[in-house]
Design a protein around this ligand. Structure first.
Ligand code: FRU
Length: 512
């Protein structure tokens, strides 16, 4: 029924060539071990995160020509275990008049005929033709955003002949044609497809719009799922919408946030709106909002449902506000977060590293009841830059509550990344100001986890060469940050003001 319309164009061929050449220039040790990075050049948002024909697929926003954002392609990688990724050919290139300014974010679904469909945002130019080709030119007022489809076998894809499948002409009048993007498709109980997409109202604020389809190609506009009204930032990007343990979760990435009740810092963030959704009326009753990552680098998260029923989320471990953090001597820029399983503890949406990580654990070391106070403590066998660390801290029984506890990692004489816990205030502080960056971007974030009268806290910290992901109290809160500290800085140490007791379990993480 669905015909592709032409062979891959020039930009696809050029991108393939750049990818092949670029791959030869990167040594495996110059990348994280189990976090996805682009083959070469630049990566942002996860796209089309899905399970198809027995493997996990992760596409991404991709510029294979430089370590900076530019006209977007879709890169593509597959994995059996969410940790070891194999690069596939470039999946989408901006080769057509309706997407010549870029193939922006979107999703992937398996079709009933066994094919895989990608739905992505296509950017069409409507301005002065002379200005269009200026290097790096991207004036959003001269670009219209629509949604397009491509169909393939999980490796190569052909764009649909009637693209775009959701043109700007179907949008309600109060929606900007320049900001309408990032479709994510889900299957409703009645077998129809629902697509949620981000859009900007003419009031300047984000909305999430819903579209319905029976076959994935012919779509009709339904209604807004939710509007921002200025509560969380301005435009919203990259929605994902799914049911988990009887609740509905909408993930959004608001741009240009002002702090809200101390839980959302300024800038770009990623959060969840949690509530009930009525599939027949399309009504979403939000009961709760929650940040998805309280660290520095996490944005544009997307989820999939694994064959064994886990809802797994991956985010771009970077942030539009902190791009200057990148180290120029690395031929890749941007990395994905660890795939994280989502689950509810009461009404709190929690995260834990995908269970597959346990298969990579080696060299386990345990320490029980280690006293930590004002002298720095390092423990034999507890070090490294590819490690999974479990910590349990509490006050020495019968002594006053300690003032703070800290762990330092990626440490040498000059550098260290630090996590502090202040039990009285119930506050965790992540500080990477001494982690290899020469730029004055944000290096510190705090996260309120609630006071701990006995000083108890559990932390799980995953390091993978150029990043740290900190899971607090079994994933109730997560703080992520990229670091570029020289890889020889691999010491881990502990320090406290007051008297604490520490249990530690360290596992190194091996490659395959
Ligand atoms: C989010 C985003 C998306 C867009 C893509 C472009 O990071 O701005 O809204 O589709 O990146 O690369």
């Amino acid at each position: 029924m669905i015909k592709g319309h032409k062979a891959a164009g020039q930009r696809m061929a050029a991108a393939e060539q750049a990818q092949k050449e670029g791959l030869l220039k990167v040594l495996p040790e110059q990348r994280p071990l189990f976090h996805l990075t682009p083959p070469t050049g630049w990566m942002n948002d996860p796209n089309g995160f899905s399970f198809y024909k027995g493997r996990f697929h992760l596409f991404f926003q991709y510029n294979p020509y430089s370590t900076h954002w530019d006209t977007m392609h879709w890169g593509h990688a597959v994995s059996d275990d969410l940790l070891q990724w194999e690069y596939l050919p470039v999946a989408l290139a901006p080769d057509d008049p309706y997407d010549e300014m870029g193939c922006f974010s979107g999703c992937a679904v398996g079709l009933p005929d066994g094919k895989m469909m990608l739905m992505y945002t296509s950017l069409r130019y409507i301005g002065d033709p002379v200005r269009k080709d200026a290097p790096g030119f991207m004036d959003s007022t001269q670009i219209v955003q629509t949604q397009s489809a491509a169909v393939g076998d999980g490796i190569t894809f052909e764009k649909y002949e009637n693209n775009p499948v959701i043109p700007e002409t179907v949008l309600p009048e109060d929606i900007s044609r320049h900001d309408f993007r990032d479709p994510k498709i889900l299957c409703l109980r009645d077998g129809t497809y629902l697509a949620v997409a981000a859009a900007k109202g003419l009031d300047g604020y984000g909305q999430i719009l819903m579209f319905r389809s029976r076959d994935g190609f012919s779509w009709e506009y339904w209604k807004p799922l939710i509007r921002n009204y200025g509560c969380f930032g301005k435009m919203w990007e990259c929605p994902d919408f799914f049911e988990l343990d009887g609740k509905w979760v909408l993930i959004i990435s608001p741009m240009e946030m002002l702090p809200v009740e101390g839980r959302y810092p300024n800038g770009y963030g990623c959060m969840a709106l949690i509530g009930d959704f009525d599939e027949s009326s399309g009504t979403f009753a939000v009961q709760k909002d929650q940040p998805l990552d309280c660290g520095i680098d996490f944005y544009a998260a997307q989820t999939l449902l694994s064959p064994d029923g886990r809802r797994i989320m991956v985010g771009w471990m970077q942030n539009w506000s902190t791009l200057a953090m990148h180290r120029d001597d690395l031929p890749w820029a941007g990395q994905m977060s660890l795939p994280r399983e989502l689950f509810f503890k009461g009404d709190v949406l929690c995260q834990r590293p995908a269970a597959e990580l346990a298969q990579r654990h080696v060299d386990e070391v345990h320490y029980k009841s280690v006293p930590v106070s004002s002298g720095e403590v390092s423990l034999y066998g507890v070090s490294g830059r590819m490690i999974d660390l479990d910590l349990e801290v509490c006050t020495v029984p019968g002594t006053p509550l300690y003032r703070w506890f800290s762990i330092r990692f990626a440490q040498n004489e000059i550098h260290s990344t630090r996590v502090f816990f202040f039990p009285l205030e119930g506050m965790v502080r992540l500080d990477r100001s001494n982690s290899g960056s020469r730029q004055a971007v944000v290096h510190e974030r705090v996260c309120s986890i609630g006071p701990s009268p006995d000083g108890r806290i559990r932390m799980r910290i995953i390091l993978d060469r150029f990043s740290a992901e900190v899971f607090l109290n079994d994933g109730e809160y997560v703080m992520s940050a990229v670091i570029y500290t020289d890889l020889s800085a691999d010491k881990v140490s502990f320090l406290a003001e007051g008297r604490t007791i520490l249990n530690v379990k360290k596992r190194s993480i091996r490659g395959r």
